[in-house]
Design a protein around this ligand. Sequence first.
Ligand code: HEM
Length: 152
Amino acid sequence: MNKAIEVALFLHLLGVAVWIGGMIFAHFCLRPAIADLSPQLRLPLWESVFARFFNWVAASVLVILLTGGFLLTQFGGTHAALPLHAMTGLGIVMMLIFGHIRFGVFPKIRRAVQSQNWPDGARAVGTIRRLVLVNIVLGVVTVGAAVLSRGF
Ligand code: HEM
């Protein structure tokens, strides 16, 4: 394996670790730990956590896209193994879902916190919770597709 492929794979996997690891932490650790807080405390906390985490995800998405695109050209491009195309497709769906979370739903939490509209804020956090769960499942399936591509 040449050096450029090794470096790209290293960065690709780092991006994947930050994104999936962050989602697992938020969904399975932070969410249940703060579930009993009042909305007045919980929703501003989510806003501040998401604002930071989504910057990390945006950087990861950029790295995953650039390195994934490069790796794809090195692994056959359009003739690459089927699981690599599955990875590309699933990865793009995950990125679109993230885009919807970041630019469609997250601003609703911001607005709700600013206007102290707790029911609207709680609804938006609930929407993000469901979409993040979808992305965790897709992420795990995508890692499975990546591993499968080794056998092709
Ligand atoms: C969206 C665009 C993406 C493209 C074009 C892409 C492409 C690639 C390519 C060509 C490889 C090298 C395969 C190999 O080493 O045999 C790779 C490795 C890998 N990718 Fe992606 N990928 C993308 C997104 C993702 C996402 C979203 C995830 C996880 C959620 C992911 C997880 C992995 C893993 C775990 C490997 C290592 C596989 C291995 O070395 O066995 N990729 N990717």
